[in-house]
Design a protein around this ligand. Structure first.
Ligand code: G1P
Length: 917
C-alpha cells in the first residue's frame, strides 16, 4: 500500500505565498470534504473542490449544477469537468477524475500532481500528468460585477517534447431547477427542460418551476457557454446526458469522449425534456511542445437569453477573463484591506484576512449553500444576523442585505458607522410586542419570516443580541439617539394588529425583549430555556428547562442598558420617555421591589401577553428615565445574584464552576454525577462575559475549564464534557456522537466568546491562551484539513467542519480588534486599551493595526521595545499625527481620544503611535 494515499504529509499541505492571503495547497485532492467558496455580491454562489466538484446557484430554487453536500464531493458525476481526448493515448480528465489517472496516482503519488492556489476570491487548480505530457491550469472565479456567472478559464500546455493532438470537451452537468427537486420529482422536472443548442454552448430554459403548491412559469435561463482563445465557438455540443455519456455510460467514462464521437444530430424528441449537460466539444487541434491552448467557459444563470449571450462579449477571451480576474482581486482586496494587522506572526496576519472575509461570505451565502451546510434555504437566523452585525460594523460593511450595489472600484472604501443605523432599525422591525421575534430574515430589508418550516419556536437567547449589537454601535458612533427612533413591531399574519400600535422606540423594543425575559422565570429562578438558547441543540426541554447561561446575559444587558440610559440623561438631558401603556405591566409600580417568586413572575408575563396578543390600544404612558433606570438595575441585579450566588458549584475535588442549565425534569445539569463531571463551556462564558461572575469565580471557572474541557492533545476547549449514554433531557445535541457539533466539539463560536469574556474581564493571559488554542487548531493543517480561516467547529479528531459560514469569524475579529488590540469606541470617543502579550509583537517590539473609526482610517502602532506582557506595561506616550497627546498624570493602560479631536484632523488617515513601557 503506497504511503500518503489517505493522509497528506505531516508538514503543512498549504502555505501562504506572499504578503497577502494567497496560499498554495499541495495535493489537496487527497483530502476529502475540502471546498472553497466563490461568489459575488449579487449572489452567484459557488463552491469548488480540487477536483472541480461543488455547485453553482443563486438560491435554493436556482441551481445551475446538481446541489451537493460534503458527502457528495467524492462523486464526480455532478461536478464541472474538462475532458481531453489525446490521440494515441487514453482520455484525460483535467478534473482528475479519469480512471487511469486515478489508478496511476494511487500507485505512484507523483504520477499526476495537483495543486491549488487561491486568494480572495479566486481558485486555480494546476494538474500535471507527465506521462500524458499535459499540464492544465483551471482558474475559476465569479466576477465582481452584477452578472450571475462563474468563469472557468482553462489553459492546456504541452509539457512533452512531442506535438500532442487533442480534442477537448467541457462537461458541466446542468441541473437547472430548485434543490427541492432533487427528491421532489427529479424526473418529472427534467421533462420541463427546454434545451437549446446555442452556437457557443447549451442553454436550458425549463418551461416552469415545479412546485405543487402552485407551479410558476419560468423564464430563467441556465447557461454553459464557451469559446477558444481566438473567440471561436465550440464545434458543437452533446447537450443531453444521454448523448454525452451514452447508453450505459457514466460521467467518469462518457462515451462521447471515450469513443471520440462527433457531435450528434438530435431530433426534438431526443433533445427536449431531458437531463441536460453543458458538454461543449472544441475542435481537434495540435499543440506543439511548450505551447498552450486556452478555453473560456461561462457557467451561469440569467434572467433571459440575451443576458447570457452578452457574457460572451464581456468575458469571451483570455484577455477579458484576465481583466475581470484583476478587477475581482482588486475588489476583494479593498474589502479586506480595511482591517490590517501586522503582528510578530506573519502567518497569523495573513490567516486573519480569511477570517475577515468570512462575515462577508455569511452575508452573501447566509447559512446555506456551501457543501457542509446541507440545510436551510438561504437567509440568516436572528442571532446570526445581529452578531454578524457586530463584525460588519467593525469592518465597515454596513449596507443592509440584500447586497447593495457594487461600489466603483477604487472608491475611497467604506467607513464604519455609515448607514448602520438603517440596518439596525430595519432589524428591530422583527421584534414582536411580546418580546419574541421573527426568526428568519429574508433577503430584502424588512423581510422577516416567523420561522423556518412553519414550526413555531422560541429561542430564549434571541432577546439579548439586539442590545449587544446596538450597544456596540452606540459606543462606536456615539449615536445614543438611535434609542429614541421609532420602528415597527413584527406581527404574525394571522394575528390581529392595532394600526395605532405599529411603532415604538428602539428603546421600547429593547425593554419589551428584556422585561418579558425577566418575567419568564423557571422554577429555580433562572430564565426558561423555552425551545433552546444559543445552543440550537438544546431543543427538548421546553417545559422545565432553564438557561442559567443566558440568565447571566440578560442580567448584564439589563445593567448595561441602565448605564446607557444614565448617559442619555447626562449627555442628552432626556428626562422622560413615552412607552406603550401595556409595557407598564412589566415595570414596578411600587418602587424598586421586584417579584422574586417564579410563579408571580410568570403570572405577570401572562397578563402582559394576554393584553398584547391581539395588538395594543395605542395609548402611551410617560415614564421618567430615572424610574426606568432603577427598575432595570434592580431586575438586572436580581438575575445577577441568582447566577452568582445560587448557581455556583463547588466540587469535592476543589474545582468550582457555574451550572449552566436545568433539564426538562427540572434537574440541575452540571456538577459531579456518580463521579463523572458534567460541565459546559457556555455555562462559564456568559456569567464571565456579562460581568455577573466575581473575579474569583472567573479565575476558578477558567481553571475548571482547563481541567475538564481542554483537550490535552489538541489544546482546544470543548463545548461540554461527555454526558455519557444517559444524558440529561435537554435536546438533540446529546444524541450526536460525542465530539461532534453541539455535543462536545471544539465549537469555535463559544471558544472565541470565552476568550472575549476573559479579555473583557482583564484576564489577559487566560484570554490569550484560549484565543491561541483556536488559532493553533486552525493552523494544525494536517489535522484540521481545511483551507485557512476558522471553521464552525473541530471534531474530536481535530478536523475542521462547516468552514466559512460561522459566527465565530465575526467574534474573532471583534475580539481581536476591540479587546486584544483594544481599539474601540466608548460613547463615540476612541479608546485605546491594548491587552497584548510579548509574542504578539514583532522582533522590533512593534505591532501595527489599521482600522476604520469615526470616518477615519486609523493606523495605530503599538511600540513595546521591552516586549513586556499586559500587566507589566503602561502607556508611556501617545503620538497623534506626530504630535504628542496629553496623558493623565497617573500611569495608565488605556487612553481616550475624543471623537471631536479625530474629526478636527484634516487628513483621512490618522497615525497614532502608542509607546508601552
Ligand atoms: C451555529 C449557528 C448559531 C448557533 C450555534 C450553536 O453557529 O449559526 O446561531 O448559536 O451554531 O448552535 P455558527 O455556525 O455561527 O458558528
Amino acid at each position: 500500500m503506497p504511503k500518503r494515499i489517505n493522509k497528506p504529509s505531516k508538514e503543512s499541505w498549504w502555505r501562504f505565498t506572499g504578503e497577502d492571503e494567497v496560499f498554495v495547497a499541495r495535493d489537496p485532492d487527497r483530502i476529502s470534504r475540502l471546498y472553497f467558496p466563490l461568489c459575488n455580491e449579487v449572489g452567484l454562489l459557488s463552491s469548488i473542490t480540487p477536483r472541480l466538484n461543488g455547485d453553482i446557484k443563486t438560491d435554493q430554487n436556482h441551481f445551475l449544477t446538481l446541489p451537493v453536500s460534503a458527502e457528495d464531493l467524492h462523486n464526480t458525476r455532478s461536478g464541472r469537468n474538462f475532458w481531453i481526448y489525446i490521440e494515441g493515448k487514453e482520455p484525460w480528465s483535467a478534473a482528475g477524475s479519469s480512471g487511469t489517472a486515478l489508478l496511476e496516482r494511487y500507485r505512484s503519488p507523483r504520477a499526476e500532481t495537483c495543486r491549488v492556489e487561491a486568494g480572495a476570491l479566486w481558485h486555480r487548480i494546476t494538474r500535471e500528468n507527465r506521462r500524458l505530457g499535459l499540464r492544465v491550469e483551471l482558474t475559476n472565479f465569479v466576477p465582481a460585477t452584477d452578472d450571475w456567472v462563474e468563469i472557468m478559464q482553462v489553459r492546456l500546455t504541452n509539457i512533452s517534447r512531442r506535438p500532442i493532438t487533442i480534442t477537448p470537451t467541457a462537461a458541466i452537468p446542468m441541473f437547472g431547477r430548485s434543490a427541492d427537486n432533487l427528491r421532489d420529482h427529479r424526473h418529472v422536472t427534467s421533462l420541463l427542460h427546454r434545451i437549446t443548442r446555442h452556437t457557443y454552448g447549451v442553454l436550458v430554459t425549463p418551461t416552469m418551476s415545479f412546485d405543487e403548491r402552485g407551479h410558476k412559469v419560468n423564464t430563467t435561463v441556465y447557461a454553459v457557454l464557451g469559446c477558444e482563445e481566438n473567440g471561436d465557438a465550440p464545434v458543437g455540443s452533446f447537450p443531453t446526458v444521454a448523448s454525452f455519456i451514452g447508453e450505459g455510460g457514466t460521467f467518469d467514462s462518457p462515451q462521447a469522449v471515450f469513443e471520440d464521437r462527433d457531435v450528434p444530430d438530435l431530433s426534438e424528441t431526443e433533445l427536449q425534456g431531458r437531463e441536460a449537460v453543458g458538454a461543449l466539444r472544441f475542435r481537434r487541434r495540435k499543440i506543439l511542445p511548450g505551447k498552450t491552448a486556452s478555453y473560456s467557459l461561462l457557467l451561469g444563470i440569467a434572467p433571459d437569453r440575451k443576458t447570457a449571450a452578452g457574457w460572451l462579449r464581456t468575458y469571451g477571451s483570455p484577455e477579458k477573463v484576465d481583466s475581470a480576474l484583476t478587477d475581482n482581486k482588486t475588489y476583494w482586496k479593498e474589502r479586506l484591506d480595511c482591517i490590517q494587522v501586522r503582528t510578530g506572526d506573519k502567518d497569523f496576519d495573513r490567516w486573519l484576512r480569511w477570517v475577515r472575509l468570512q462575515p462577508l461570505l455569511r452575508k452573501i451565502f447566509g447559512n446555506s449553500f456551501l457543501p457542509d451546510f446541507d440545510y436551510g434555504r438561504g437567509g440568516r437566523g436572528w442571532r446570526d444576523l445581529w452578531q454578524d452585525g457586530l463584525a460588519l460594523l467593525l469592518l465597515g460593511e454596513n449596507e443592509p442585505s440584500p447586497p447593495a450595489p457594487l461600489p466603483t472600484q477604487g472608491e475611497g472604501g467604506r467607513r464604519p458607522g455609515e448607514g448602520v443605523s438603517a440596518l439596525l432599525l430595519n432589524n428591530f422591525a422583527g421584534v414582536r410586542m411580546n418580546g419574541t421575534n421573527a426568526t428568519i430574515i429574508g433577503s430584502a430589508p424588512g423581510e422577516f419570516i416567523a420561522d423556518r418550516n412553519n414550526i413555531s419556536r422560541t429561542w430564549m437567547d434571541h432577546g439579548v443580541w439586539p442590545w449587544i449589537t446596538t450597544e456596540f454601535y452606540i459606543h462606536q458612533t456615539g449615536d445614543l439617539d438611535i434609542l429614541l427612533k421609532e420602528v415597527p413591531y413584527f406581527w404574525d399574519q394571522d394575528k390581529a394588529k392595532s394600526p395605532l400600535a405599529e411603532k415604538g422606540t428602539v428603546l421600547e423594543h429593547l425593554l419589551v425583549q428584556h422585561l418579558a425575559a425577566y418575567f419568564n422565570a423557571g422554577d429555580h429562578g433562572n430564565l426558561r430555556l423555552e425551545d433552546a438558547d444559543w445552543n440550537d441543540g438544546l431543543d427538548m426541554a421546553h417545559d422545565h428547562g432553564e438557561s442559567v447561561a443566558f440568565t447571566a446575559v440578560f442580567a448584564g444587558n439589563l445593567l448595561r442598558l441602565a448605564g446607557a440610559l444614565d448617559q442619555m440623561v447626562a449627555r442628552r438631558g432626556v428626562k422622560e420617555i413615552p412607552l406603550a401603556g401595556e409595557v407598564e405591566i412589566l415595570l414596578e409600580q411600587r418602587g424598586p421591589t421586584v417579584e422574586l417568586s417564579p410563579e408571580a413572575r410568570r403570572k405577570r408575563l401572562k397578563t402582559y401577553h394576554d393584553r398584547t396578543r391581539e395588538g395594543v390600544t395605542g395609548g402611551k404612558v410617560i415614564v421618567t428615565l430615572r424610574t426606568l433606570i432603577e427598575d432595570l438595575r434592580t431586575k438586572g441585579n436580581v438575575l445577577a445574584a441568582q447566577v452568582r450566588d445560587r448557581e455556583w458549584l463547588s466540587a469535592a475535588s476543589g474545582q468550582a464552576w457555574f451550572n449552566g442549565y436545568y433539564d426538562n425534569n427540572s434537574n440541575r445539569v452540571e456538577g459531579v454525577f456518580d463521579g463523572d463531571v458534567r460541565m459546559t463551556l457556555t455555562g462559564q462564558v456568559f456569567p464571565i462575559m456579562s460581568g455577573v461572575a466575581t473575579d474569583d469565580q472567573v479565575r476558578l471557572a477558567f481553571l475548571a475549564a482547563k481541567r475538564f474541557l481542554q483537550d490535552k492533545k489538541l489544546g482546544g476547549f470543548r463545548l461540554n464534557t461527555d454526558f455519557g449514554d444517559t444524558p440529561p433531557p435537554l435536546g438533540r445535541a446529546f444524541a450526536f456522537a460525542y465530539g461532534e457539533k453541539e455535543n462536545g466539539a471544539f465549537f469555535s463560536h463559544m471558544v472565541v466568546m470565552f476568550a472575549n469574556a476573559l479579555y473583557q474581564r482583564g484576564f489577559v493571559k487566560e484570554g490569550f491562551e484560549v484565543f491561541s488554542s483556536l488559532y493553533r487548531m486552525c493552523r494544525q493543517t494536517d489535522v484540521a484539513m481545511i483551507y485557512p480561516g476558522v471553521p464552525e467547529y473541530f471534531n474530536g479528531e481535530g478536523r475542521g467542519l462547516y468552514h466559512y459560514l460561522t459566527g465565530s469569524a465575526s467574534w474573532l475579529m471583534l475580539t481581536l480588534v476591540t479587546q486584544i488590540l483594544g481599539i474601540r469606541g466608548v460613547w463615540g470617543d476612541l479608546l485605546l486599551a491594548p491587552k497584548l502579550m510579548p509574542e504578539q509583537f514583532g522582533t522590533n517590539g512593534q505591532l501595527e493595526a489599521e482600522v476604520g473609526f469615526a470616518g477615519k482610517q486609523l493606523k495605530i502602532t503599538y511600540v513595546n521595545r521591552g516586549k513586556k506582557p499586559f500587566g507589566q506595561y503602561h502607556i508611556e506616550s501617545v503620538l497623534l499625527q506626530g504630535n504628542s497627546f496629553a496623558l493623565p498624570a497617573d500611569p495608565t493602560v488605556q487612553v481616550v481620544i475624543p471623537r471631536t479631536t479625530l474629526a478636527a484632523l484634516p487628513d483621512n488617515t490618522v497615525h497614532i503611535t502608542v509607546a508601552l513601557s
